[in-house]
Design a protein around this ligand. Structure first.
Ligand code: 13P
Ligand code: SF4
Length: 449
């Protein structure tokens, strides 16, 4: 699979129309061509396809041009790529089941299928609106967005929160303006545990789906709201209950340890949960020698290096951490020789090997605060680094040059939190039986000191 320049020009042209037309004013292609430095004829060809796919509408006449056919938040990157590239799959065999007669025996199949799933998930989870937001965020630096409308929204959210007697829990990887409205800011498990202890009956969870689900599993009597239904975690989606059951059948003597980054259904099918901070302890707490460890292959590899147990991994991964390259870290080490390296165990084994510290997100926050070290190279999502910089202004934190951004985490904006509180949406609903079983797996983990 190779994305062509057509897709890039197409996205740029659509953003141009969105920004310059403001959703109401038709934008002539000649102007787009001029601003984006691309031939008008080339754009015309692309726009015929986009019009057929109902992504843009054309108006004729002197003031004619193109406008988006839908709201920018209703047009996802996947819709655009599927019309410009036709096929967006890593290899032919992951798209066409009849392509190869070795399919049932092929050891790469799981890998290609997963890669296909993560690509589809990724491109379907980003909308034109997100791309515009990301470009603002990235260009101006994460902490630098000062916008009057954000200040107003912030006030409205606080008012509504009081009125409804709700509490807002925010994950470390969220946008800086969402950090600002947090009652509690933290890692996924700590926030869910907190949710269970807080007196408020309404919890707004700004994070991704599996986190809000964990909060609901631990506090089923409360109303747990997630502001964006489409804030998923591609890694959590890489394993289904059916796939886990197949694995259990294959290794009947093994116990299943599942990382918290899984759906409630998958947790319900597992023996015990773990986080990046306690994975080794959890594995060591189990009697059997064989452990099925899902879904992150990198965390599994890290755990395998710390225990004598036999770890049977699932080949899922987090695209944000997987794409932190060894060369990126080495480059930062060359530039900042006094800095120490801390990375999340979701990074690749070769990155973990050169790190001075391998820690979960709260472990990193605590190290940054308590250690005497003044400079760190940090291998995790940039939201966490923004928090470290805010909390430790006298210290220096460097990210890999290709900044690790979880677009799923960045989907939640202040206006989504506002609508969430205003309309009491989106409520996390999980079947009673699933809650009971998933709660058992989570509580077993919590009981381990
Ligand atoms: P934490 O469990 O440390 O919050 O991390 C969650 C996550 O998504 C890491 O990528
Ligand atoms: Fe999932 Fe990775 Fe985003 Fe964490 S950073 S929510 S594991 S995609």
């Amino acid at each position: 699979m190779r994305l062509s320049t057509r897709s890039r020009y197409c996205v740029r042209a659509l953003l141009d129309i969105m920004v310059n037309g403001g959703g109401v004013k038709p934008v002539p292609l000649s102007k787009v061509a001029e601003r984006q430095e691309v031939s008008e004829k080339y754009l015309e060809q692309i726009f015929i396809i986009l019009k057929k796919a109902n992504i843009v509408k054309a108006t004729r006449g002197v003031k004619g041009g193109y406008i988006l056919a839908k709201e920018p938040k209703e047009i996802c990157l996947g819709d655009i790529l599927r019309v410009t590239e036709l096929e967006v799959t890593p290899v032919k065999c992951s798209a066409n089941k009849d392509y190869c007669d070795r399919m049932d025996r092929c050891i790469c199949k799981v890998c290609w299928d997963n890669l296909g799933k993560v690509i589809t998930n990724f491109i379907d989870s980003i909308t034109l609106e997100d791309i515009r937001q990301m470009s603002i965020t990235i260009d101006e630096g994460m902490g630098a967005i000062v916008d009057l409308s954000l200040t107003k929204l912030n006030k409205e959210i606080k008012r509504l929160k009081k009125e409804r007697d709700a509490v807002i829990l925010v994950h470390n990887y969220q946008r800086p303006e969402v950090h600002e409205i947090a009652d509690y800011l933290g890692d996924s498990l700590d926030l869910s545990r907190r949710a269970a202890k807080l007196p408020q009956k309404i919890i707004v969870f700004c994070g991704v789906n599996f986190m809000a689900e964990s909060a609901k599993v631990l506090s089923p009597e409360k109303t747990v709201l997630i502001p964006r239904l489409d804030a998923g975690c591609p890694m959590a989606d890489m394993i289904t209950v059916e796939e886990l059951r197949e694995m259990k059948n294959e290794y009947p003597d093994a116990k299943v340890v599942c990382y918290v980054n899984t759906s409630a259904d998958v947790k319900a099918e597992s023996d015990i949960c773990c986080t990046s901070a306690n994975a080794v302890k959890v594995v060591e707490s189990l009697k059997p020698k064989r452990i099925i460890f899902i879904p992150d292959k990198n965390l599994a590899s890290y755990v395998a290096g710390q225990t004598k147990k036999e770890i049977i991994p699932w080949y899922g991964y987090c695209y944000v951490h997987e794409f932190i390259r060894l060369s990126d870290i080495k480059e930062q080490k060359r530039k900042h020789p006094d800095a120490r390296v801390m990375v999340h165990p979701e990074t690749k084994p070769e990155v973990v090997r050169i790190a001075d510290f391998v820690l979960g997100t709260m472990g990193m926050i605590n190290l940054a605060k308590k250690s005497k070290i003044k400079e760190f190279i940090v291998g995790t999502e940039e939201g966490l680094v923004n928090r470290m910089r805010r909390e430790n202004p006298e210290k220096k934190f460097y990210l890999p040059s290709r900044r690790p951004v979880c677009v799923n985490m960045k989907r939640t904006r202040l206006e989504d939190v506002y609508h969430s509180l205003m309309e009491m949406k989106y409520k996390i609903e999980i079947e009673k039986d699933t809650i009971k079983k998933a709660q058992k797996a989570l509580k077993k983990m919590i009981a381990i000191k």
